[in-house]
Design a protein around this ligand. Structure first.
Ligand code: PMP
Length: 443
């Protein structure tokens, strides 16, 4: 398999950076929070696949829901005036649970196309309002909003831009709240004040009459799990309201219990104009994303000139099998999974905090089942691990050998996003195996 993979399967992020020489790690099966590779080696999946298998592996009821739907009706397009029962029911169930008036759902295949869809919908919205000149978009440094071309431009990670002239000239960035390395210091109020000031300054520099929307992850995921201070999102939303700028909360990672509640916006009591979700929506069993749109935006587009201009859709949007899975996953969340995630998340955070005594651990951050530790060689100076030594792949490999899957970002940030079904002993194993891995890294 390793040879066939080298010869034929493209892994864009790894292949072109020489990692293919090390060979792919092939998983064979999984149950609960434990995954098993082709050699029979078992690991706790501390990253829930790619922050997505929130419900954990091996749920027969999910498999049944998918199989039943495949037998009954495996496909119906959501493109035109056609639909299927599970897609309609899932939209309705999601709207019931969404914050505020986010009552309109557009299903996609994942997170990147959910983000792309919001950009289109926002343009239609301003067309309908008769202010098409509001066409500039702002997002955060260290932000991740997908790897489609439009999403990659909103994403602030430079590897996603090179060679494509990205970001587009209508895509602007402001600095993140990244507390551990924030020039405004680590005081939460100072960070909020500084972010508010830079957002205002950016809107005024562009001209509020041209600014369409501000995109934000309630917790920045792929940028290294950067958690803003409590009240940060609300303060940024106030700025958006003041300048008539739409707020898009990208909850592709944070949605569906990752931080505790169904949606992380609720942690800060914020109702955005749009929410994008994917991953935990179907818990990774099948692909699906969902855009949540407010009454205000929906009604404006539907009633205005924007509707006539709409040319948008995907063959697999509102896929009935994905929707059937989404309905079953939602039932699981509400039958104990969210609750278990809160308990396990508290244990995970306490366990990671206990690693602060380790000479390599400079920062511990997170909320619920979404966390990271940042490794440094000098805690006082916050010196990052040398990137040249590629500590991330080596730490990832060591953790794997120790029975733990984690995400090793560049420069020694280790990410954690375990399934919400983790038991106490799963969480304790994550912490113990991390400590062992760090000790081996030190020596
Ligand atoms: N937005 C955020 C916040 C994400 O974390 C991701 C994926 N990690 C995406 C969008 C893109 O989602 P997908 O990979 O499903 O296209």
């Amino acid at each position: 398999l390793i040879e066939l993979d080298r010869a034929h399967l493209i892994h864009p992020v790894a292949s072109y950076r020489g990692h293919e020489k090390l060979g792919v790690r092939v998983l064979k099966s999984a149950k609960g929070a434990t995954v098993t590779d082709m050699t029979g080696h078992q690991m706790i999946d501390g990253f829930a696949g790619l922050w997505c298998v929130n419900a954990g592996y091996g749920h027969e009821s999910i498999v049944e829901a998918a199989a039943k739907q495949m037998r009954e009706l495996p496909y119906a397009t959501g493109y035109f005036s056609l639909g299927s029962e599970p897609a309609i029911r899932l939209a309705s169930e999601l709207a019931d649970r969404a914050p505020g008036d986010l009552n309109h759902i557009y299903f996609t295949l994942g997170g990147s196309d959910a983000v792309d869809s919001t950009v289109r919908f926002i343009r239609y919205y301003y067309h309908s309002l008769g202010t098409p000149e509001k066409d500039q978009f702002i997002s955060l440094e260290q932000g991740y909003h997908g790897s489609s071309t439009v999403g990659a431009g909103l994403t602030a990670l430079p590897v996603f831009h090179a060679g494509f002239g990205l970001p587009f000239d209508w895509q602007h960035k402001i600095p993140s709240h990244y507390a551990y390395r924030n020039p405004a210091g680590t005081d939460p109020q100072a960070i909020i004040a500084s972010s508010v000031a830079v957002l205002k300054a950016k809107i005024e520099e562009i001209g509020a009459e041209h600014v369409a929307a501000f995109y934000v992850e309630p917790i920045q995921g792929s940028g290294g799990v950067l958690v803003p201070p409590t009240g940060w999102l609300k303060a940024m939303h106030e700025v958006c309201k003041q300048y008539d700028v739409l707020l898009v909360a990208d909850e592709v990672i944070t949605g569906f219990g990752r931080t505790g509640p169904l949606f992380a916006c609720s942690d800060d009591d914020v109702v955005p104009d749009f929410m994008t979700t994917a991953k935990g929506l179907t818990s990774g069993y099948v692909p699906m994303g969902a855009v949540f749109m407010s009454d205000k935006v929906y009604n404006t587009i539907a009633d205005g000139a924007g509707a006539a201009a709409i040319g948008h859709g995907y063959t697999y949007s509102a896929h009935p099998v994905s929707a059937a899975v989404g309905l079953e996953v939602l039932r699981l969340y509400e039958n104990g999974l969210l609750e278990n995630g809160v308990k396990a998340g508290a244990r995970l955070m306490a366990g990671l905090e206990s690693l602060k005594d380790h000479p390599l651990v400079g920062d511990v951050r997170g909320r619920g089942m979404l966390a990271a530790i940042e490794l440094v060689t000098d805690k006082q100076k916050k010196t990052p691990l040398p990137a040249a030594a590629d500590p991330s792949r080596r730490i990832f490999d060591r953790a794997w050998d120790n029975g733990l899957v984690i995400r090793a970002f560049g420069n020694g940030v280790l990410g954690y996003a375990p399934p919400l079904c983790c038991t106490e002993s799963d969480i304790d194993a994550i912490i113990e195996r991390t400590r062992l891995t760090l000790d081996q890294t030190l020596n």
